[in-house]
Design a protein around this ligand. Sequence first.
Ligand code: KG4
Ligand code: ZN
Length: 347
Amino acid sequence: MRVLGIETSCDETGVAMYDSEQGLMGHLLYSQVALHAEYGGVVPELASRDHVRKVLPLVRDLLGQCGEERFDGVAYTRGPGLVGALLVGSGIGRSLAWARAVPAIGVHHMEGHLLAPLLEPEGPPFPFVALLVSGGHTQLVEVRGVGYYRLLGDSLDDAAGEAFDKTAKLLGLPYPGGPELARLALQGDPARFRFPRPMTDRPGLDFSFSGLKTFALNTLQRGLSEPAVDKAQLQADIACAFEEAVVDTLVIKCRRAVVETGIPTLVLAGGVSANRNLRHRMGAMMAKQGGRAFYPRPEFCTDNGAMIAYAGWQRLRAGQLEPLTFGALPRWSLETLSPVTPGPVPG
Ligand code: KG4
Ligand code: ZN
């Protein structure tokens, strides 16, 4: 079975082809970063318009690359995300499937992220604990099979990526701030400031990152008011302390989740999992626990079509079908997804 995947939930237009025998045959990505940069964040209407412009040309290029026009199913991102952007991919995906008389399926964007490490030659075995860290989500999920998801922890306010982006903005870094802040942190002195590790001093697996942004702002203002301040060094030291605090907090919560579930396999997914410090620290923590951490390759950490083609392939090959309608779900809980056979792996 060969599945065309279409991702348009936010500011990246991604398309890909996944084949049962050949694996990932090709994938293309068009990033709208330059379009939104001057506004300092994603402008939903502009995102939708750009998806309208880009989806079909990308699909045409992808089919050219694959050397064959054939596909046996279409997977499109149904949610969560920006409703206008989602409707573009949903409408085009459903229409292409109808025109070719093949089935289509709406995929949960975060399921795409959490299954992305399975695109790698040595993917994680089920069951695993997944840390989903993106611009919109910070979640810990127990995964016993495709569609067998139990939410262990969630963000009470800002997602980790959102906190990275907002802190980067107040440090005067260009959009999108997460990767820029990570780059600046490399030049910082980790001993100069110590930021709090939110919600690690009490039991539970929920997260709260909005206070770190305020802590960064106060540290910046205090630093700038000192005489003969080296502003560039101050910014780098704050970036370093902020990143350390986020990474440390995520590592502490993941260790807790692995111990509590007894599952020695951890998957990192979503845009923030591209962070090298986080990957390194999480790998070391899991080795110490006698387990192992898995990550997608960096290009499949952030939004892409490959993860949607793969998640859709998993569901279509299991015979899951949807009626001849399409929709967009701006909010959508992972726990409501239907399970896919073979069933869950016992813990
Ligand atoms: O998964 P993603 O591409 O889109 C969403 O579904 O949100 O994640 C984007 C988020 C942004 O907040 C971005 O700043 C963050 O991932 N990000 C990073 C890094 N690369 C991307 N955050 C920290 N360090 C990075 N290297
Ligand atoms: Zn995403």
